[in-house]
Design a protein around this ligand. Structure first.
Ligand SMILES: C[S@@+](CC[C@H](N)C(=O)[O-])C[C@H]1O[C@@H](n2cnc3c(N)ncnc32)[C@H](O)[C@@H]1O
Length: 188
């Protein structure tokens, strides 16, 4: 995984997040999306069990929370996540008990951007454990309560060969799309 470059999927959909809104970067790792979100003027909560690399981002617009999201104690995930987020970004991380609390943590109109590995990835590299690999269509099922804007599943080659699944969804009615593809491809 490229530790620095934000995911292209995340970059496409972050402009849908309310300007100046509060965003959760869940399992934020080295902070590649925390940095992107802060650069966009958003207020970021970054959670990870290992916050060594995230501490550099802490400040008025960025709260770093060191939390083990998989303690298993009932109610912990919900409390740990907080709520009322205008955006939630999750990449390269899967802990299925968090999927429902993620939906609950979105504010009305909040945008969820999720991308992680899927079944089939075990042929190409890590992770290989099915606990960390999405089943076909699993994000569609998990986030059926949201309005799905975009969904993809399949093999990619960049940043390395992998099988992934990714979704962008809104807690509310259908709104604008981030890219006007028809406009972009219209000949001059
Ligand atoms: C593959 S990294 C992805 C980091 C970041 N989302 C990205 O795409 O650049 C997975 C992250 O999940 C975090 N993580 C794994 N298990 C966790 C747990 N139980 N609680 C909190 N964070 C956890 C790891 O510390 C790591 O930073």
């Amino acid at each position: 995984m490229d530790q620095q470059t934000p995911s292209a999927w995340v970059r496409i959909f972050v402009p849908l997040i309310r300007s100046g809104g509060r965003v959760l970067d869940l399992a934020a790792g080295g902070g590649r999306h925390t940095r992107l979100l802060l650069d966009m003027g958003l207020l970021v909560t970054a959670i990870d069990r290992d916050v060594a690399d995230l501490r550099a981002f802490a400040g008025g617009n960025c709260e770093i929370r060191q939390i083990d999201l998989e303690t298993g104690a009932p109610g912990i995930p919900m409390e740990a996540l907080g709520g009322g987020y205008d955006g939630i970004v999750v990449t390269n991380y899967l802990h299925r008990p968090l999927l429902e609390p993620i939906v609950a943590a979105l504010a009305p109109g909040g945008v969820l951007i999720y991308e992680t590995f899927a079944l089939g990835n075990e042929r190409l590299g890590r992770p290989r454990n099915p606990d960390f690999l999405l089943r076909p269509g699993e994000l569609l099922d998990a986030f059926a309560a949201l309005t799905i804007i975009a969904f993809e599943q399949g093999e990619v080659t960049v940043p390395r060969p992998a099988v992934i699944q990714r979704i962008a969804a809104v807690a509310g009615p259908v709104g604008r799309l981030p890219l006007d593809l028809d406009n972009a491809s219209r000949p001059e």
